[in-house]
Design a protein around this ligand. Structure first.
Ligand code: BES
Ligand code: ZN
Length: 639
């Protein structure tokens, strides 16, 4: 983004450590978890968001040998693919590509180079990209694809030096989930297929490349080598390159970031080791070796992304008071739910995101106690109810999502996250923690390194928990959660005493009984502020907005979540004095959770001047946004 505001923490940032290289802890598998391969099973092709014929042929390993070319904004090199035939007579492998320039395809047969091979590329589909079809003979055992990415690849954002905090070096980062791994390399881009990967990267001097893999040191050829020995789905392929420094938190957990925010981030996330312990205690060993985090530039379009061994995080989490670390708990939890046990298609996204939101909340409870965990449940519930009422059609509020989704983006609403988590809260409440916790641990263990469907989960639930405790729940109750719309009335109803007290005070202020300055907000955490702001009634006067703003300095606040909640109210109430800071927020922060709804609310305004103002801000901010955010906001502004 242009206008990137370096965050205040630069004052404190003295980088003592340079990047941590090598020293990869060997991955130990416990005796009960020896499976490192995807569980072989009858494969039916039911992911409609891939061209891959993975019911016939499956990619087992991807090797990338790439130049990271910042001038041309491309990754350029060779992808080497190992595969196995599921159907012995398969005579073709179909790979996903999107906007890739394929230069040549060569094959090896019986271990010997066979030279170039004919291939075909289908016409482009806006969502799916272009199928690459490569014929196979009985003897073909490896495929080498020479290719280059597009400067417009949706999965890659190339930042100029001016768009970084340090201003000296360019920056690149990827976002493969859900359909963008195919804009980075030709592969089978479906969560149903797992592969190991390795990579050799060449980057300009002074830049450090990182991947969702073991971090290799620069070798004698000035190349960096990466290995991901555990099989992963393609959407977990990830790369970041920049002037990135490292700070350890413990012997296998640390933070990468630009220097300006490195120390602050290490401090903000200093409780990650306890989160890992809580996860391990509940659900079994962490199986990925190191767990590092990278704090990306502010245009990163998500709060976090669970790239294995290296979670990607937005800098907006670095609030200074550890109030937003549930996102770290969330990305770390994906090391079990999602990365270890993966949804087989995006129709089953709740198996990744709902399970992870559940585990996240359990871990928050372990670390910070029930009070905070319940506040987060209530805030989540409020958000989900809105998502349910905003849903374009009722099928999109089922946990099992409909066949005719147009884009997997439709799968990643708070329905998958919070209705999914609440289904598990419901099961936990009915069966009791003493039974439910070991059940979930066994689910992760028994399906480790596999891909699972909703139906797999339901039959596992029946076999391993329900069958012997038939009184706990009925099949109809379960079906209402999974195959029915909205929030079932069997849902847990979390009550936060802290929020009830906020509500009482809020009502007193709204009715004029007390002044804003008399509200007892000193002890309020970010959570209480969020509840207060999200639940302000409609129709507040300009004077009431001004009173809140003057008393609590809300406009321009540094906590991005609080700022977002305030600006949503500002837009609803048309409180214009806050618009300049809202503009600066939109120019600085590219996190989709905030900016999609802010632009949506602005664009839905019944005031034409507000709509025009929003269009102008977007035009100025758009070049700094990630390609994913550009696509999403283009659609929002066209509505
Ligand atoms: N895997 C998601 C991010 C994602 C979803 C990327 C869909 C691409 C497509 C990640 O784990 C996530 O859920 N992030 C959340 C944080 C969480 C605490 C709700 C986010 O980005 O806000
Ligand atoms: Zn997630």
């Amino acid at each position: 983004m242009t206008n990137l505001k370096p965050i205040i923490f630069s004052l404190f940032s003295v980088a003592l450590l340079t990047a941590c290289q090598g020293a990869e802890a060997p991955v130990k598998e416990s005796a009960s978890s020896t499976k490192t391969e995807a569980t072989p099973r009858v494969i039916t092709k039911d992911d409609k968001f891939t061209y891959a014929n993975y019911d016939e042929v499956r990619v087992t390993h991807l090797d990338l040998n790439l130049d990271v070319n910042f001038e041309a904004k491309v990754l350029d090199g060779i992808a080497t693919i190992d595969f196995e035939k599921v159907k012995p007579d398969a005579d073709m492998i179909v790979l996903d590509t999107k906007d890739l320039l394929i230069k040549s395809v060569r094959v090896f047969a019986d271990g010997k180079p066979e030279g170039v091979t004919d291939y075909t590329i289908d016409a482009a589909d806006k969502v799916l990209g272009e199928a690459l079809r490569i014929p196979l003979t009985d003897k073909t055992d490896q495929i080498l694809i020479s290719y280059r990415t597009s400067p417009k690849a949706e999965g890659l954002q190339w930042l100029s030096p001016e768009q970084t905090a340090g201003k000296k070096h360019p920056y690149l980062f990827s976002q493969a989930q859900a359909l963008n791994a195919r804009t980075m390399a030709p592969l089978q881009d479906t969560p149903a297929v797992r592969m190991t990967y390795s990579a050799t990267l060449r980057v300009p001097d002074g830049l450090l490349p990182l991947m969702s893999a073991s971090q290799g040191a620069k070798d004698e050829n000035d190349e960096y080598r990466f290995e991901m020995p555990q099989p992963i789905p393609s959407y977990l392929l990830a790369i970041a390159v920049g002037d990135i420094k490292f700070k350890a938190i413990n012997d296998h957990i640390g933070v990468y970031a630009e220097e300006y925010i490195l120390d602050a981030a290490a401090e903000e996330f200093s409780e990650t080791p306890q989160m890992e312990e809580a996860n391990t205690k509940l659900y079994g060993p962490y199986r990925w070796g190191r767990y590092d985090m990278i704090v990306l530039p502010p245009s990163f379009p998500y709060g976090g992304m669970e790239n294995p061994r290296l979670s990607f995080l937005t800098p907006t989490l670095v609030a200074g008071d550890k109030s937003l670390t549930n996102v770290v708990a969330h990305e770390l939890a994906h090391s079990w739910s999602g990365n270890l046990v993966t949804n087989a298609s995006w129709r089953d996204a709740w198996l990744n995101e709902g399970f992870t939101s559940y585990v996240e909340n359990r871990v928050m409870e372990e670390l910070y106690g029930e009070r905070r965990a319940v506040m987060e449940q209530v805030l989540d519930m409020e958000g989900m109810k809105r998502a349910i009422s905003d849903a374009k059609r009722p099928e999109l509020t089922h946990l099992k999502l409909p066949k005719d989704m147009v884009h997997p983006d439709e799968a990643f609403t708070l329905v998958s996250y919070i209705k999914g988590a609440n289904f598990l809260f419901f099961l936990e409440d009915r069966f009791g923690r003493e039974k439910f916790d070991p059940f979930l641990k066994a689910w992760f263990n028994d399906n480790a390194f596999g891909a699972v469907t909703t139906e797999d989960f339901l039959s596992y639930l029946h076999e391993n928990l329900h069958k012997d405790n038939m009184d706990a729940v009925t099949k109809d109750e379960i079906d209402a959660w999974v195959y029915g719309p909205g929030l079932p009335d069997t849902a847990r109803k979390p009550v936060s005493d802290a929020f009830e007290s906020v509500d009482e005070q809020s009502a007193d202020w709204v009715s004029g009984k007390v002044k804003a300055a008399e509200l007892k907000t000193d002890a309020w955490s970010t959570h209480e502020w969020l509840h207060f702001l999200n639940n302000l009634p409609e129709g507040l006067s300009e004077a009431q907005f001004a009173e809140l703003d003057e008393t609590f300095a809300l406009t321009g606040t540094q906590n991005a979540e609080t700022a977002f909640a305030w600006y949503m109210q500002v837009i609803k109430g048309g409180y214009e004095p806050a618009y300049p800071e809202l503009e600066s927020f939109l120019m600085t922060v590219g996190r989709g959770k905030f900016i999609y709804r802010l632009y949506g609310a602005l664009n839905a305004s019944d005031r034409e001047d507000v709509q025009l103002w929003a269009a102008d801000v977007y035009e100025a901010a758009r070049p700094g946004y990630h390609p994913i955010a550009q696509r999403r906001i283009d659609d929002i502004m066209a509505e």
